[in-house]
Design a protein around this ligand. Structure first.
Ligand code: PTJ
Length: 277
């Protein structure tokens, strides 16, 4: 963090400013690339339109995602620079609760970045980190970017892959390989959001801790119950809901209104949700 920068606690954008500082620090450490800052800016714009809160639709998608990962035989969490920087600890906690493997997969790939991200994940308690160096010896068919390189024991053989901040090409390619893909993307219109099996339209900084909380809650749930949660989920319907939130939020705030409501735990939510979403 720049020594001169003090973020007052009561600044309305304090959290958002702290996240920016963290990304800049990760850029200096070689974890995040310059392009990652641009990608984050795009995410911030969508987050602003969503009211910077976790909607009921995101909660429903988180629940379905955790359920599908608990039902999976070989779930994998894919980690890029931004994800490692913003939520390494939650990635490790989530993977441990879901019995999932963690794989580094970068669009702007370099061995130094792979190692830096592996080290960060290990500092947060990860045991084995897949996809680093020669481990990423397999290729996702029909994919040209560096993201095609995957670990035989990780993404290549996974049945469910969690891909926060992903590009559309790899999401589509993974789906073509017959995998279930969970995306976290603040843009409900992106190709990633549209082609994933489940899309969580939320900021990863809010979504990942909620995934951990939900994994703790559902970890011992019966398979029938988990199947029920997955079966009742429709990604198309959920994305429509997120888009409707953006539309109504923009209309409300355009009129100077503020429709934020708090749930029983004091978290900002909108709408009402049943037990299983
Ligand atoms: O670390 P690397 O080399 O793998 O590169 C990572 C980036 C993020 C640079 C790379 O994956 C990239 O270029 O991503 P895209 O194609 O720009 O897609 C990023 C998507 O994530 C966009 O749709 C953003 O709206 C969204 N996004 C950005 N920040 C967040 C986010 N979604 C959720 N939470 C965020 N904090």
């Amino acid at each position: 963090m720049q020594e001169s920068l003090i973020i007052p606690e009561n600044h309305p954008r304090a959290e958002s400013l702290r996240v920016r500082e963290r990304l800049v620090e990760c850029l200096r450490k070689g974890i995040v690339v310059e392009q990652g800052l641009i990608a984050h800016g795009r995410g911030e714009a969508f987050d602003y339109l969503l009211g910077e809160r976790t909607t009921v639709y995101a909660r429903e998608a988180i629940r379905a995602s955790v359920a599908i990962m608990l039902l999976a035989e070989h779930p994998v969490v894919s980690v890029n620079g931004n994800v490692a920087c913003l939520c390494a600890g939650d990635v490790v906690r989530l993977a441990s609760l879901l019995n999932a493997r963690i794989e580094v997969n970068l669009f702007y790939r370099s061995y130094e970045r792979e190692k830096a991200i592996e080290m960060l994940l290990k500092e947060h308690g990860a045991h084995t980190v897949y996809g680093v160096g020669d481990r990423a010896s397999m290729s996702i068919p029909e994919l040209m970017s560096e993201r095609r390189r995957v670990d035989r024991d990780g993404i290549y053989s996974a049945d469910v892959v969690l891909v926060p901040l992903e590009d559309g090409d790899r999401t589509e390619a993974l789906v073509r390989m017959g995998k279930k893909v969970i995306a976290v993307d603040l843009n409900p219109l992106s190709r990633t959001a549209r082609s994933a099996t489940i899309t969580i339209v939320d900021n990863i900084t809010r979504a990942m801790p909620l995934m951990v909380e939900t994994a703790r809650e559902l970890k011992n749930a019966a398979r029938d119950r988990l199947n029920g949660i997955v079966k009742s989920f429709s990604n198309a319907r959920n994305l429509e809901g997120s888009l409707a939130m953006i539309r109504s939020g923009v209309a409300d705030r355009g009129r100077g209104g503020d429709d934020i409501t708090l749930d029983s735990r004091g978290k900002q939510v909108v709408g009402v949700m049943d037990d299983d979403g």
